[in-house]
Design a binder for this molecule. Structure first.
Ligand SMILES: [Zn+2]
Length: 579
């Protein structure tokens, strides 16, 4: 097996896993004692250690040879401690010049080396190499494949081997068997019974489910507490009726977390594991949320189980989750907040002091959910002050807006129109931030801006603006409700509503009202019209002036001259005086 067939011409020996079925068979009589001793030694080595880069490479010559199919060279067959049985076929061609482990091995046992890839424009000499060359490069010493790039040679050599009938392309999944049994109480029982006469016997369907006993003693002495519960362990064999022992290993929790979402579609279904119709109606999960630590294990297993259950005809789901959000961690004083580090914040103390709403608002405001959240006590205080501001604002305007109805867009102008635009833009933004991106922090920031706009609003203006203020305040209450539900319900009731805010639904926005109003500002140079600018009504004077000076139609009239003065008539014109 190899993933580097482009280096086939450089293969000078063969490495077998010690567990390989041919390992002993290939050993010559002379080498056999050494081979046997080596196999025993490797068996005792931890497999994780065997895959580590810094493992001291060791091996033993079997005494046998094989033929390199492209060079016809005789290659000695070794057993090597770093070759694992589940890597490919457990028999790996060794190319010491282009694989670091093979390089170390060849140096140690003085095995031949042949360079077959060189960096472009360079030479490599095996005698002076200090490590394997594993980069991309140009093929050499590889017969008809010389001169090309090794990436192209990969395909070409694979095709060549297939055509010659001496090899074939394959996909090799780097997966291992998964031992799902655990020696602990807390897990789903494995429904089998061990009988001395019949062996392992499945618990009959009508005896399922096997339920964990409630009287297991947790002694802390090690071993599985289940194994000590006689009433659970002792049973009769479903096959022969003789006394037998119930399996006390339970399943790894990963087993159930791999398909619970399918069962959740029909938790009471008794005729099988899954109600196909219900699964069809509910799955896939629209939005999955979890920590990044689940990205490789749980999510991969969940996909496996789903696809296997689909292939077995239990459901028709291909992918279980449509969207995944991996939320960040909470950081305190520069470290991940954890019980073991002792840097946790007690939410109860926070809730007692500020209330649950403040605690929620701060957590959601501090960072977007996929980023880590830096915990800060000042931040909590800031959220508390904001809620107080909203509270005071509402009671300040309440007497004036109490009886007001909905604003009439046709009657609004100036300030009133601008505030209404801010309201509907905010509804739009908060809706999108929550629904599309889960960016609660920017949603909350948008509500804060709206509160500022209401506070700055001249409430003594046109009488029709009272309705605008009412709509604005009411929108603030509705938009912050998902973050501070208790607080919002209270204010909703103060606004005179009969039902709950929760029942009133989510506010919609008037798309027409969100369109920015633009004013046309003409640009003159020495009193002559040269260009026009479109600006927002609330634009600052400095911004208009610099935009006018930078305007490309204006530029030619400024060339070689000095600007003496720039006059701005708000919302109407900019006059640039040059000389
Ligand atoms: Zn039996």
């Amino acid at each position: 097996f190899t993933t580097r067939q482009d280096t086939l011409f450089g293969a000078t020996f063969m490495s077998l896993a010690a567990e390989h079925p041919l390992a002993l068979e290939l050993a010559t009589a002379e080498q056999r004692p050494r081979v046997e001793a080596f196999i025993e030694k490797v068996k005792k080595t931890d497999r994780i250690k065997r895959s580590a880069d810094d493992l001291e490479k060791e091996g033993v010559f079997t005494g046998s040879y094989c033929i390199n199919p492209v060079t016809n060279a005789k290659m000695p067959i070794y057993l090597a401690n770093f070759v694992l049985m589940d890597y490919g076929t457990g028999a790996v061609m060794a190319v010491p010049t282009h694989d670091q482990r093979d390089f170390e091995f060849a140096r140690k046992y003085d095995l031949p080396m042949q360079v077959v890839i060189v960096p472009e424009g360079e030479q490599l000499d095996p005698a002076t190499m200090t490590e394997a060359f594993t980069g991309e490069g140009i093929m050499v010493n590889s017969g008809r494949f010389d001169g090309g790039s090794n990436t192209e040679a990969k395909e070409a050599i694979a095709d060549f081997l297939e055509k010659e009938g001496i090899g074939k392309k394959t996909v090799n999944f780097r997966l291992r068997d998964w031992g799902i049994s655990r020696q602990r109480y807390w897990g789903n029982p494995i429904p089998v019974i061990n009988c001395d006469l019949c062996g392992v016997v499945p618990v009959p369907l009508d005896h399922l489910p096997v339920v964990l006993p409630m009287d297991a003693a947790f002694t802390g002495e090690g071993g599985n507490p289940l194994a000590r519960v006689e009433g659970f362990v002792n049973c009769s064999c479903p096959q022969c009726g003789e006394a037998a022992r119930r399996e006390t290993d339970t399943m790894d929790t990963f087993v159930q977390s791999s398909w619970y979402f399918l069962r959740y579609c029909s938790p009471k279904f008794a005729a099988g594991p899954l109600d196909r119709e219900k699964v069809e109606a509910w799955m896939p999960v629209d939005q999955y949320i979890g920590g990044i630590e689940h990205a490789v294990l749980h999510l991969l297993y969940a996909r496996f189980f789903t696809k296997v259950l689909r292939d077995l005809g239990y459901c028709n789901v291909d992918e279980p989750f449509s969207n995944l959000l991996t939320q960040g961690m909470v950081i305190k004083d520069g470290a991940k907040m954890s019980k073991s580090k002792g840097n946790v914040v007690d939410p109860n103390a926070l809730i007692e002091r500020y209330g649950a709403d403040t605690a929620r608002l701060f957590s959601l405001f501090a960072a977007p959910p996929e980023k880590d959240l830096d915990w800060s006590d000042q931040g909590v205080d800031g959220s508390y002050r904001f809620l107080n501001r909203v509270w005071r604002l509402l009671f300040e305007v309440l007497p004036a807006i109490k009886g007001a109805g909905a604003p009439d867009p046709g009657k609004l102008s100036g300030e009133g129109k601008n505030l209404r635009r801010a309201v509907h833009k905010t509804i739009k933004k908060v809706t999108e931030d929550i629904e599309d991106r889960f960016h609660f922090n920017t949603a909350i920031a948008a509500v804060m801006e709206l509160v500022n706009a209401i506070q700055a609003f001249n409430r003594k203006g046109a009488p029709e603006n009272v309705a605008v203020v009412r709509e604005a305040v009411e929108s603030v209450v509705r938009l912050i409700a998902p973050f501070v539900p208790h607080f919002a319900e209270e204010l909703w009731s103060e606004l005179g509503h009969e039902g709950t805010l929760e029942e009133s639904g989510w506010p919609g926005y008037d798309a027409d009202a969100t369109v920015d109003e633009e004013l046309t500002v003409v640009i003159q140079v020495n009193g002559k019209l040269r260009s026009k600018l479109m600006v927002a009504p609330e634009v600052q004077e400095e911004a208009v002036k610099s935009a006018a000076l930078a305007d490309e139609k204006v530029q030619p009239f400024l060339e070689g001259k000095s600007v003496k003065k720039v006059v701005y008539v708000p919302g109407k014109l900019v006059n640039i005086v040059v000389g």
